[in-house]
Write a protein that binds this ligand. Structure first.
Ligand code: NAP
Ligand code: MG
Length: 492
């Protein structure tokens, strides 16, 4: 069994008390590795290392191109090890090989490279003030960032937070989920290899309740960047009040996916299956509420069922697999509980249980409920699994009102051939991202984040980078003769 170490102050290390956690392969239920279960003393050491690296280390003082070189090297090493990294991610989380090979690992590599270049766009400005003065702003790093990430896209979430954070001169303490820490510890080896200065990135593994909370509450962390559930987000927000630290919260969702009668139905149904069943539905942006215009409703449900039956469920290591296991036994139970609720609320049209031929592993069938309405629990609560609720809507007006009738506001999708309707509806949806005739269009260049209880703050894009900086105003008085108003205020 592979014994991983965590990464604090430039060194690979164990927890001070030697405690360890085990990783289980969700496809086989076998223990595959162990990793450190850090305590508060370990976390404090990591935060101190990050503080020292920020306050006195070379990293924030290096030029942007020098820092960029390091990130580009990280991207290179990720690409060189892509096969191995994808395999670790698949075995640790149950994500399919198709997913880790084509998305998680390469997209993460792209992020390191992209932010290496994009950070040059983040700059201050000169301000025309009504005085003889040179007035300008500087965009400075916020300092020590605590980053807490979930288990559904560990390697990729780590890339978003680390690449955009450190390129600006911040330092970071990352706490991955205990359900999915291995790929982040593989990443630690890469940081060691590129000789990133000690303390710039620290990766501490263990329990979220202790370490995630500890980062949120720490007096020595300047900003907390959290991705996870709304429930934990609420907790983090309270803890972060300790030193009024800056917060970015990327939380849950219950995203509406609207199919208008004039859409290309075949494409829209395929896209909608991707929006709910990709990554076994364990996606914050999952299109878990399918709102379908009346006239195409029956045809749409028929197509959804027919295509869902063709999805290949099985070992995530088989490149041909569409649907792998859920991340954990606990997640499987949660999803099965929701399916039981759904069976009482709506009409089960496909799935609804555990695949008969898979006796081991945390598998759940892709499941669709038709005749759902937006008041049902399966339509209101985030299930975070392969469960779709299909809701009939009369027209665009009702679609918008049902779409917005949720506490969440992360993403929304619209399928139509009418560009006018797409743009009009997009404006009325209260969501941080609207995808038209597609799903999951994430770009390093474009901001991502939530409305309402999906959180606040943006990642990626210029907006995401700006949030990792603070603005300083510098004013240089240029009064002729040097006697400014303040200098002559008192006649002394
Ligand atoms: P979670 O239970 O909220 O956990 C998220 C992270 O917080 C994990 O690292 C977890 O550590 C840690 N944590 C747990 N309790 C904590 C506490 N009291 N204080 C601070 N940190 C704590 O979420 P999850 O089950 O891992 O992920 C699923 C959720 O994440 C879904 O709601 C999904 O929508 C959301 N998500 C959102 C986005 C987005 O960008 N908006 C992206 C992906 C996922 P442990 O796991 O070690 O306990
Ligand atoms: Mg695991």
């Amino acid at each position: 069994m592979n014994q991983y170490q965590m990464y604090i102050n430039g060194k690979m290390c164990d927890a001070k008390d030697g405690a360890r956690l085990e990783s289980i392969n969700p496809a086989t239920e076998e223990k595959i590795a162990s990793f450190p279960k850090a305590g508060m003393a370990d976390l404090e050491e990591a935060v101190s290392a990050a503080r020292l690296a920020y306050a006195q280390g070379e990293w924030p003082m290096m030029s942007l191109p020098e820092r960029a070189q390091v990130l580009v090297r990280v991207a290179q090493l990720i690409r060189e090890r892509a096969y191995e990294l994808a395999k670790v991610e698949t075995q640790d989380t149950g994500k399919t090989t198709k997913q880790t090979t084509f998305i998680d690992i390469p997209v993460a590599a792209n992020a390191y490279e992209y932010f290496a270049g994009a950070a040059g766009e983040i700059k201050g400005e000169t301000i025309a003030v009504p005085a003889p003065a040179m007035s300008y702003t500087l965009r400075e790093p916020v300092g020590v960032i605590g980053a807490v990430i979930p288990w559904n896209y560990p390697f990729l979430m780590a890339a978003w937070k680390i690449a955009s954070g450190i390129i600006l001169g911040n330092t970071i303490v990352l706490k991955p989920s205990q359900e999915a820490s291995l790929s982040c510890l593989e990443l630690a080896k890469i940081f060691k290899e590129v000789e990133l200065p000690a303390g710039v990135v620290n990766i501490v593994t263990g329990e979220g309740r202790l370490l995630g909370h500890g980062l949120a509450a720490s007096m020595d962390v300047d900003m907390l960047s959290f991705t996870g559930s709304t429930e934990v987000g609420r907790d983090v927000m309270k803890a972060a009040s300790s030193n009024l630290k800056r917060l970015s919260l990327e939380c849950g969702g219950k995203s509406p996916n609207i199919l208008f009668a004039d859409c290309d139905l075949e494409t829209a149904v395929n896209g909608s299956l991707c929006a709910i069943f990709m990554n076994q539905g364990q996606m914050c942006v999952a299109g878990s509420r399918l709102l379908v215009e009346e006239s195409i409703y029956d045809k749409c449900v028929e197509l959804l069922v027919e295509k869902t039956r063709k999805l290949k469920i099985g070992s995530p290591e088989d490149p041909a697999t569409d649907i792998g296991p859920l991340v954990s036994d606990r997640q499987k139970k949660t999803v099965l509980d929701y399916i039981a609720i759904g069976k009482k609320e709506a009409k089960l049209v496909v799935g609804g249980g555990v695949p008969k031929d898979l006796r081991r592993g945390f598998y759940v069938e892709p499941t669709i409920f038709a005749d759902a309405d937006n008041t049902m629990r399966i339509a209101r609560e985030e299930i975070f699994g392969p469960v779709l609720s299909v809701i009939k809507v009369r027209d665009a007006e009702e679609a918008v009102s049902v779409a917005n009738d949720t506490v969440y506001g992360l993403a929304a999708m619209i399928w139509t051939r009418d560009v006018n309707k797409a743009a009009t509806v997009a404006r009325r949806l209260r969501a941080g991202t609207v995808w038209v005739n597609t799903f999951g269009g994430f770009y390093n260049e474009a901001p991502f984040g939530g409305y309402k209880q999906s959180g606040f703050g943006r990642e990626l894009g210029k907006e995401g980078l700006c949030e990792l900086t603070q603005v300083k105003h510098v004013n240089v008085d240029l009064t002729p003769g040097g006697r400014s108003l303040v200098a002559s205020w008192f006649n002394v």
